[in-house]
Design a protein around this ligand. Structure first.
Ligand SMILES: [Fe+2]
Ligand SMILES: [Fe+2]
Length: 136
């Protein structure tokens, strides 16, 4: 089960509210798995998620540039691969709801939850260190 406790603070209001929104969508998506929905409905939700993620990634990349985050290239690569994976699901011919929900679970768990708690938290920690060292 996804809980809000895992949301880390990026020390940036926009990014924090976007993370909260993304976690909200993730919770809704994982609840959807247990209901009977059709692939079209599911793909529409994924399309909405894609729009939000694209916006969020661009803002997060701006933030990394602002604070001179040294691992920005690696992080941007991960963002791009997340977008690609979700785009692939959206354009896939998969008519089976079982396959779609399995892929969806992976998107929610690996891409949104794990990415935020593991990769994004590295940006936050770097920023905290810079502030402590009064480099920013
Ligand atoms: Fe993020
Ligand atoms: Fe990120």
């Amino acid at each position: 089960m996804i809980s809000n406790e895992k949301i880390i603070s990026m020390h940036n209001e926009i990014l924090d509210s976007q993370h909260e929104e993304l976690f909200g969508i993730s919770i809704n998506l994982s609840l959807m798995n247990y209901r009977h929905i059709n692939p079209k409905e599911l793909k529409n939700v994924l399309r909405e998620l894609l729009v939000m993620l694209n916006r969020h990634f661009l803002d997060e990349e701006d933030f990394m540039r602002e604070i001179n985050y040294p691992y920005i290239n690696e992080h941007v690569k991960i963002h791009r691969s997340i977008i690609l994976e979700i785009e692939e699901i959206v354009i896939s011919e998969a008519g089976s709801i079982k396959i779609l929900t399995e892929k969806l679970d992976r998107v929610v768990r690996d891409f949104i939850i794990n990415h935020t708690s593991k990769e994004d938290s590295k940006i936050a920690r770097y920023y905290e260190q810079q502030i402590k060292a009064k480099l920013i």
